[in-house]
Write a protein that binds this ligand. Structure first.
Ligand code: ATP
Length: 239
């Protein structure tokens, strides 16, 4: 079997002396959507930050597209085509939608030009002159996705895209993620809302206290509410 696009093996990450990730092993294949689930504080964001080179790994190996990127700086990892849609969206609030997209273009070239992003996300085209700080939460999430796309990623790491959004807007954001999947971008999708993420994911991992406690096909986990309840609690299984 060929090597997956992203291969995380035995990742351990600390904040200071506190051990957060303990032996996390996961992979994402070319064009695959993989959900990384878990409750608050399980270590999902820390996993993304370690892959991105933003928080150093203490042990373990991270391979991307055949390169051992474990100790690489974040800018070099980004150049390899790893895009990031952070939790809380983090954009330049005083700049317009269009200016935020222009700043994210990195000259790597590729199919995701600003006009193509605006075609896929027509809402952003309507709002191209509006300051990012004046966009709604859902519009900001779309801008965050658009900004990641113009860097032409092969792998997108997306952190809690549904967070703080009204249900109808969440549907919109997930429709767009479903469309992105069709374009062949690989996605590692962090969510607390397991059932939502499992709808578009091919496979899923569940983290608990920094450990992988479940790995398997998304459809199998989605169909097994008892398992979700055991892994993530009653409230998640009932959603
Ligand atoms: P959430 O959904 O709340 O973002 P998460 O699964 O993404 O949860 P992380 O943000 O990775 O979890 O946090 C994992 C643990 O690491 C938590 O106990 C958190 O309090 C701790 N933590 C996160 N960032 C730091 C930091 N900068 N310094 C110290 N501890 C941190």
């Amino acid at each position: 079997m060929s090597e997956p696009l992203l291969d995380v093996d035995g990742l351990c990450t600390n904040y200071g002396k506190i051990s957060i990730l303990r032996d996390v092993t996961l992979s994402v294949g070319e064009g695959e959507v993989v959900a990384l689930l878990g409750l608050n504080g399980a270590g999902k964001t820390t996993t993304l930050r370690s892959i991105l080179g933003l928080t150093a790994a203490r042990a373990g190996k991270i391979r991307y597209d055949g390169n051992d990127i474990t100790a690489w700086p974040a800018y070099k990892i980004a150049r390899l085509g790893v895009g990031y849609v952070p939790e809380g969206r983090r954009m330049f609030k005083d700049l317009s939608t269009l200016e935020n997209l222009q700043l994210a273009e990195n000259g790597r070239g590729g199919e995701w030009t600003i006009p193509r992003v605006l075609e896929h996300l027509p809402k952003l085209a309507e709002l191209r002159s509006r300051k990012a700080g004046r966009l709604s939460g859902g519009e900001q999430e779309m801008l965050a996705i658009g900004r990641a796309l113009v860097s032409n990623p092969r792998l997108l790491l997306i952190d809690e895209p549904s967070q703080g959004l009204a249900p109808l807007i969440v549907e919109d954001v997930y429709r767009i993620l479903g469309e992105l999947k069709q374009t062949g971008v690989a996605i590692l999708l962090v969510e607390q809302n397991a059932l939502l993420a499992l709808k578009i994911a091919d496979r899923a991992y569940v983290l608990d206290s920094g450990r992988v406690v479940h790995a398997g096909l998304a459809a199998e986990l989605a169909a097994d509410r008892d398992r979700i309840r055991t892994l993530m609690g009653l409230e998640v299984a009932a959603r």
